[in-house]
Design a binder for this molecule. Structure first.
Ligand code: 5GP
Ligand code: ZN
Length: 112
């Protein structure tokens, strides 16, 4: 499948990894929008929130466990941070493999 995040999961495309387990991988965004900008990506290919169902939803809960852990490790948990996922064109989703942006290290506006 021609999916950039599946290729990062398989190691075909390199990434600056901050975390990995059986279910998810987390790595620094290529074009950071904040001092801390990490993408948390389920290893299973789900296109977006629209592809989440009762069979695969456990990994989404796990993403938030990992987000909490990384926010502490990356030093943004005290001052605050954002976890966001874009769905479709109006939201600006460019990679059609579900991913969660963890953004922090600066005051974030209403639009980020
Ligand atoms: P979206 O706009 O789909 O929510 O976010 C996709 C994000 O993936 C963008 O912030 C973009 O910079 C990042 N991105 C796209 N391709 C790569 C890549 O090959 N490596 C890394 N580390 N980030 C990528
Ligand atoms: Zn994929």
């Amino acid at each position: 499948m021609d999916c950039v995040f599946c290729k990062i999961v398989s190691g075909e495309i390199p990434s600056k990894k901050v975390y990995e387990d059986e279910q998810v991988i987390a790595f620094y965004d290529l074009e950071p929008q904040a001092p801390v900008h990490v993408l948390i990506v389920p290893k299973v290919h789900i296109e977006s929130v629209l592809g989440v169902n009762e069979t695969n939803s456990a990994v989404i809960a796990h993403v938030f466990e990992v987000a909490a852990k990384l926010a502490v490790e990356l030093g943004v948990s005290q001052d605050g941070f954002r976890v966001v996922t874009n769905i479709g064109d109006n939201a600006g989703q460019t990679v059609k493999h579900i991913h969660f942006h963890l953004l922090g290290g600066r005051k974030l506006g209403r639009e980020a």
